[in-house]
Design a protein around this ligand. Structure first.
Ligand code: IPD
Ligand code: CA
Ligand code: CA
Ligand code: CA
Length: 276
């Protein structure tokens, strides 16, 4: 039997340690490289942080598998067993430009089911976390389950790019949604934005293209609170697949799906594993 409380305790300890190393790096020169294009950044700290977790997980839990953005983990082809899905820095552009609004994001799954989740806001030393069946928390404070909310009172996390011509969605689909809600926000870290939905500071988050490490933790936390995390067409998310992501408190998810997303068609994305 997997001892989830023990994994929870040790992961929190590792997060604090990794966070401290990242904060120390603020005063040092970063090595910045680009990946798929000139805005797709990666730094030595993204790589070091992923390796930091992988070394510790492999030593402590040799039978667990790891899926990490920077590619130091395992080749994952199925959801059997325990899988750690790790984004060592979610919001690398923010990290490089602003030294704030970035997180370490970790979702841990067993046979495809979300068990533990962590979104650690490194600059503010704030942890959003959840354990399946035991609740979701902002630091030590337990978060209440979602209540109902009118769409006109909602704040939606949405990047302006999806309101311009793009390959993933007819941008006209989202314009009526933007006009119907109280406001939109974009913070540049998908995981942090999902954490903000969990706390109720935002009510929904939409992205047309995310990888499993971007949404793994946020999905577990929001579902623990009774919210929904799906693709924009309502289909379930998979940690083996890059896809659109639509996450919200349940009633808001339903209202947005019915009123604004019925014309959306999801086109399968290139396998995220082929990028490396
Ligand atoms: C990115 C951030 C960003 C989202 C991008 C992601 P990264 O992750 O979450 O908010 O819009 O799609 O790739 O590359 O900084 O880990
Ligand atoms: Ca990245
Ligand atoms: Ca990310
Ligand atoms: Ca990242």
């Amino acid at each position: 039997m997997t001892n989830w409380s023990e994994i929870d305790r040790i992961t929190k300890q590792w997060l604090k340690e990794a966070g401290e190393r990242i904060r120390q790096s603020f005063s040092k020169q970063l090595q910045i490289a680009t990946k798929a294009n000139r805005n797709d950044l990666v730094t030595n700290i993204d790589q070091d942080t992923e390796q930091f977790f992988i070394e510790r997980i492999r030593k402590t839990y040799p039978d667990h598998k790891i899926l990490g953005e920077e590619g130091y983990g395992d080749e994952i082809n199925g959801t059997n067993g325990v899988i750690w899905v790790i984004d060592p820095i979610d919001g690398t552009m923010n990290f490089v430009h602003m030294q704030r609004h970035f997180t370490i994001s970790i979702g841990i799954f067993e046979d495809g089911k979300g068990k533990l989740a962590y979104i650690y806001d490194v600059t503010n030393d704030e942890l959003y976390h959840a354990m399946n069946g035991k609740g979701a928390f902002y630091n030590e404070k337990q978060l209440p389950k979602f209540s109902e909310k009118l769409l006109c009172d909602c704040i939606v996390g949405l990047n302006a790019i999806w309101l311009t011509e793009n390959r993933r969605i007819d941008y006209r689909i989202l314009i009526p949604l933007v006009k119907s809600v109280r406001g939109t926000r974009s913070f540049g870290s998908a995981a942090l934005e999902m954490a903000y939905v969990a706390t109720g500071w935002m009510d929904a988050y939409i992205s047309l293209r995310l990888s499993p490490w971007d949404f793994a933790a946020g999905m577990i936390i929001v579902e623990e609170l009774g919210g929904k995390a799906t693709k924009l067409n309502g289909e379930p998310l998979s940690i083996l697949e890059k896809s659109s992501v639509f996450l919200a408190r349940s009633d808001v998810h339903e209202q947005i799906s019915e009123q604004f997303l019925s014309n959306y068609v999801e086109n399968p994305m290139r396998d995220y594993r082929k990028k490396r």
